[in-house]
Every structure is written in structure tokens, then in C-alpha cells.
Design a protein around this ligand. Structure first.
Ligand SMILES: Cc1ncc(COP(=O)(O)O)c(C=O)c1O
Length: 417
């Protein structure tokens, strides 16, 4: 099988030259990195932007009245503005920097959840959530006597949005779901959920961890109330994530963490909070990482997010086509590449995913095995673990071929061909 596309969306060979790590060998074989859904690799532009900031404009932000601190603060603010534009909001103040998507979701559960949700209120999430969008709501529900409900998945891996009408009630206060599933790849159109949730006065949280890196996102068109994602999955460094919120909601919410930078006044008589977004950014922020994420956004925008998405559809279609021809392999998630992101999750009959991943590693092929931080979904699918290959802008069709060859070899080694 070969992947022939008349006009490829991206010049992947040129892109790969920007990622030094991809040229290395692992276990004597060329590295085939197929775990970008867990964390992506970084282009030199991001590494250089951070290095440049450390070498030329490093001093604590928002504190100094000297040139170096002002330069660092300006670079931090510029990164915030880039990230705002990247997800379609003209208001950089609506971008709160967090450590990652997990912290952004915890911020919402602690701040919004504990301030505005009351006993008997209902939260709706889905059966396919990552633990980051599951556990904070479960903990909140138990603590506050809330009801947690789940939008079911259908056999084809899409969400059963028909069920939403029965789940949503006047007590529904918050609906939170993954824009793209990290296991099934399922893309969920926010529009019908936002419409139904807003009709009963509930707020909508979109977990964009697997969508912001891979496709155009416009939070204003989406009309979601909150949108979260992590920098490290979209070419940026670790330790930086984003919470977008509508201004009036962020302004109404109490702080999550308290301390320096998030106050406008502290005295023996009390405190006054700073304006958003600083109200939610206690302590010295990860401003070098924010600058790195700004450079990642520049890199993605130069490629064009529509082209990034088109490449993902090409490579995912090819992977689905190749893997589905292998005997004894079960594929999970929607089979239509237009309805899924760039992850292909599968199980090989009578081979544990961890054994498979170890054998693939011998061939230089890095995939993820386990429950991918989505244990409830795996319970729902009736399996303990799965194998997952995930793709990004630097993935070549020949790497999908290497994956397929490595799976075939693993089957032979384990005498299950
Ligand atoms: C859909 C989804 N949500 C949330 C997260 C959590 O991201 P992080 O670990 O960067 O906080 C992930 C990470 O894999 C994810 O795939």
C-alpha cells in the first residue's frame, strides 16, 4: 500500500529539518515517533526563542521598573496576544496561563465550580473524557452533592448527542467535553452542545488539548464559555497551558491560587484581587515557556492550521487503511478520517499492548500503550488497554509503513501470525 496524494498539504521533509530530535536512531533504527498526542516534538524556532529570551531579556516580569524586566514583560504580553489571536479572541486578557490543560480544568472546578455550583446541580461530561476532564468534576460533585452525568458514545465512536436532550435539565449548570478524543480521535462539533447548554443557562467548557494543536479553532465562533489546552502538545515547551474564558465569567470567578502578582492591594485589613488574567496567575509565571509557546504558534500559523489539519486527514486516512488490512487487529473510533483527529487506537488479538509497544520500540517505533488516561472509556469499550499511534506535522507516510511492518513482525515473534 502506498500513500499518494496529488498535492500534499505540507512539505513534511522540509518541516522535519526543523526538528533535530527526529534524525536520531533508536535501537539502531531510524526513530519513528508516533506519540505526539502525548507530547509533540519541538522545532528549533521554539528552542531558539526561549534561549534568546534567556540570553537577552531575562528578568522577572511585572516587577522591575528597569529595562530588562520591561523587555521580559513585553515579550510575555506579546505571547499572550499571539495565543489569543490563534484561538480567535481579540482579548488577550481572556487568556490565563496555567501549567497545562489539567491545571486549567482544576482551576475551573475549584474556582467556578465551588463558587457557582450548589447541591443538586448537575454537571454533564462524556464517556470519552481524559482523566483531566473527569476527575476534577467527579471530586467536585462528591464534595458538593452534585450529579455527574455522561453523554454516551455510540458504537461508531461518535458521541450520542441525541441522548443530550434527556440528560440536560434546568439543573444542568456546566457541560464539559473533549473537542477531540485522545483515544478514539472523535471530533465533537461544539455547536449543538453549546446551543442546548446555553438554553438552560449552563456554561460550556471545551477541552481543546487535542484540537488546538491540530486544526483551526475559533472560540468566538464556537461561543464556548471556557476553552483549555496544553502548550507541550503543540510544539511548545512543557509547563505552560492555557485557559480561555469569557471576560465576564473570569471577572466573576474567585482566584484559584493566591499570593504575589494576583493582588492589586494587600494590607492588614484585607486584599483586593488584580484584574484578569493576572488574578489567576499567582507567583512568578512560566513566562519563558509562554514565549516558547508564542513561537510555536508562529510556527503553526506559518504552515496554516487548515494545512496542518489537511495533512492530519491524509496521514490518518492512510494509517486507518493500512492498519485495517492487518489480520486480528481491532480499530477503535470513527472510521471516517474527517470525523477524527490524528490518533489511531487499536488492539492486536492476543498481544498485550505493552508487549506490542516494547517490540515496536526495538524497531525504533514509539507508540503509546495503556489506557491513555481514559480508564472509564476503556471500561466502556470492554478492554483494559489499547495501543495508540498518533501523528503530527512531521509524520511521513513511510513512518506509517514502518509501524505496519513492526506490527507484522511482532505478530510473527509472538507466533500469532
Ligand atoms: C483530551 C486531553 N485532555 C487533557 C489532557 C491533559 O493534558 P496535560 O497532561 O498536558 O494537562 C490530555 C493529555 O493527553 C488530553 O489528551
Amino acid at each position: 500500500m502506498s500513500c499518494v496524494v496529488a498535492q500534499p498539504a505540507l512539505d513534511v521533509q522540509a518541516i522535519r529539518r526543523d526538528f533535530p530530535i527526529l534524525s536520531q536512531r533508536v535501537n539502531g533504527k531510524p526513530l519513528v515517533f508516533l506519540d505526539s498526542a502525548a507530547s509533540s516534538q519541538k522545532p528549533t524556532a521554539v528552542l531558539e526563542a526561549m534561549n534568546h529570551a534567556y540570553c537577552t531579556a531575562y528578568a522577572n516580569v511585572h516587577r522591575g521598573v528597569y529595562a530588562l524586566s520591561e523587555a521580559a514583560t513585553a515579550a510575555y504580553d506579546a505571547a499572550r496576544a499571539k495565543i489569543a489571536a490563534f484561538i480567535g479572541t481579540p482579548e488577550p486578557e481572556c487568556i490565563v496561563f496555567t501549567r497545562n490543560a489539567t491545571e486549567a480544568l482544576n482551576l475551573l472546578a475549584y474556582s467556578y465550580g465551588r463558587a457557582f455550583l450548589r447541591e443538586g446541580d448537575e454537571i454533564i461530561i462524556t464517556e470519552l473524557e481524559h482523566h483531566a476532564n473527569f476527575v476534577p468534576w467527579m471530586v467536585l460533585a462528591r464534595e458538593r452533592g452534585l450529579t455527574l452525568k455522561f453523554i454516551p458514545i455510540r458504537e461508531d465512536g461518535l458521541l450520542d448527542l441525541e441522548a443530550l436532550d434527556a440528560l440536560i435539565t434546568p439543573r444542568t449548570r456546566l457541560v464539559s467535553f473533549a473537542h477531540v478524543s485522545n483515544v478514539l480521535g472523535t471530533i465533537t462539533d461544539p455547536a449543538p452542545i453549546v446551543e442546548r447548554a446555553h438554553a438552560v443557562g449552563a456554561v460550556v467548557v471545551v477541552d481543546g488539548s487535542q484540537s488546538a494543536p491540530h486544526m483551526p479553532v475559533d472560540v468566538r465562533a464556537m461561543d464556548c464559555d471556557f476553552f483549555v489546552f496544553s502548550g507541550h502538545k503543540m510544539l511548545g515547551p512543557t509547563g505552560i497551558g492555557v485557559l480561555y474564558g469569557k471576560r465576564e465569567l473570569l471577572e466573576a470567578m474567585p482566584p484559584f491560587l493566591t499570593g504575589g502578582d494576583m493582588i492589586s492591594y494587600v494590607g492588614f485589613d484585607g486584599v483586593r484581587w488584580n484584574d484578569v488574567p493576572l488574578k489567576f496567575e499567582a507567583g512568578t509565571p512560566a513566562f519563558i515557556e509562554a514565549i516558547g509557546l508564542g513561537a510555536a504558534v508562529d510556527y503553526l500559523q506559518a504552515l496554516g492550521m487548515s494545512a496542518v489539519r489537511a495533512h492530519e486527514v491524509e496521514i490518518t486516512s492512510y494509517a486507518l487503511e493500512c492498519i485495517s488490512t492487518l489480520p486480528g487487529v481491532r480499530l477503535f473510533g470513527p472510521l471516517d478520517p474527517n470525523r477524527r483527529g490524528g490518533v489511531v487506537t487499536f488492539a492486536v488479538e492476543r498481544i498485550h499492548p505493552h508487549d506490542l509497544a516494547s517490540l515496536l520500540d526495538q524497531e525504533g517505533v514509539a507508540i503509546r500503550a495503556g489506557h491513555h488516561c481514559a480508564q472509564p472509556l476503556h471500561q466502556r469499550l470492554g478492554v483494559n488497554a489499547t495501543a495508540r499511534a498518533s501523528f503530527y506535522i512531521y509524520t511521513l507516510p513511510t513512518e506509517v509503513d514502518a509501524l505496519v511492518r513492526a506490527i507484522e513482525r511482532a505478530r510473527v515473534i509472538l507466533r500469532r501470525a
